[in-house]
Design a protein around this ligand. Structure first.
Ligand SMILES: Nc1ncnc2c1ncn2[C@@H]1O[C@H](COP(=O)(O)OP(=O)(O)OP(=O)(O)O)[C@@H](O)[C@H]1O
Length: 310
């Protein structure tokens, strides 16, 4: 788990990092949009950037893409400056409201972007991966919000990039489209590509990211696996009926941070519910009606992003 001043991971990862941000800062007038971010993302990681409105997610993404110049600090993408990585086709991006041509068809737009790159994937493949083969002949002006997002996805994919940066990719999609989008994304990440996405949908981070970077007011306030970030805010709750349970035995279970015992019923919070459950069943094999509930990323998110500004 890394905090705001996370040390670089081991040297090999740092050297071969897909994305490396070091001391990154960007202010707009008085607003410190990004205020000292250090982050090393390894190839193959799927990272969710989470945070409330104005946390600095889009500004961070824009700096990784070379669209915004940092005031201080550095960004490298596979060791190169963002502009060079973009030129080499190593980065694909899907931005909030990224422009699409009104009069060109989806197929034409994707083909146009493909022609700018040295080793693009076939246009048909990009359309298929984005799940919009049937929209190849539809003009930009005729697309729904969700379809536009998928057209942007095809555009982002066609250079066959090593890193995909997605700023709230599913914002305009209905539940079904969102699911399909993430299924398509899974195919992309299964091939070892790196994905960094900003989202407000906690469940998307929970379901699809290997790693969650929680931002608030330009800072990284938590960085780790979904389970780690959740644990930061209190872990999970476990309830069970446990014949023979005693206060001392419950208090002794590993990971327990607080507990209540009423007759045979226990309710506890644990920072390591797997260890707690194993020990509980070993000590009390007759335990039954066991329920474990995650505090949820939402709980962690709220508690970590609503703290008083330090
Ligand atoms: N071009 C700009 N000019 C002035 N202020 C800006 C600009 N871009 C961003 N900001 C400010 O910087 C801060 C961070 O904005 P940013 O868009 O990076 O946050 P975000 O986490 O992506 O938010 P959201 O979830 O609402 O998209 C905000 O206070 C925003 O108003």
């Amino acid at each position: 788990m890394n905090g705001t001043s996370s040390p670089p991971r081991d040297a090999a990862v740092t050297a071969g990092a897909a994305v490396r941000l070091s001391g990154l800062r960007k202010s707009y007038g008085e607003v410190r949009a990004v205020d000292g971010v250090d982050l090393t993302i390894a190839p193959g990681e799927v990272v969710a950037l989470l945070g409330p409105n104005g946390a600095g997610k889009s500004t961070t993404v824009d700096m990784i893409l070379g669209l915004t110049m940092p005031d201080a600090g550095s960004v490298t993408v596979f060791g190169a400056a963002p502009a060079d990585a973009v030129k080499a086709g190593a980065i694909g991006a899907m931005l909030q409201g990224g422009a699409l041509l009104e009069d060109a068809t989806v197929g034409e737009m994707v083909a146009m972007v493909a022609s700018l790159h040295r080793n693009p994937m076939p246009v048909g493949e990009a359309l298929a991966r984005a799940g919009i083969e049937d929209l190849a002949n539809r003009r930009g002006s005729k697309l729904s919000g969700g379809q536009k997002q998928r057209a942007r996805f095809a555009v982002a994919l066609v250079s066959d990039p090593d890193v995909l940066l997605l700023d709230e990719p599913t914002a305009a999609m209905d539940v079904g489209s969102r699911r399909e989008f993430w299924r398509a994304m899974q195919t992309f990440t299964d091939s070892g590509r790196t994905v960094v996405f900003a989202t407000h949908y906690l469940e998307e981070a929970e379901e699809f990211a290997d790693r969650v970077v929680l931002m608030r007011a330009g800072h990284v306030v938590a960085d780790g696996s979904v389970a780690q970030v959740r644990a930061l805010a209190g872990g999970r709750t476990l309830r069970a009926v446990v014949p023979g349970a005693t206060e001392a035995a419950v208090a002794d279970l590993p990971g327990v941070t607080e507990y209540q015992l009423r007759g045979q019923r226990i309710a506890l919070s644990s920072k390591d519910s797997d260890a707690t459950l194993r020990a509980l069943l070993a000590a009390f094999p007759a335990a039954h009606d066991i329920e474990i509930a995650a505090i949820g990323l939402e709980g962690a998110f709220l508690s970590l992003t609503s703290e008083e500004e330090s």
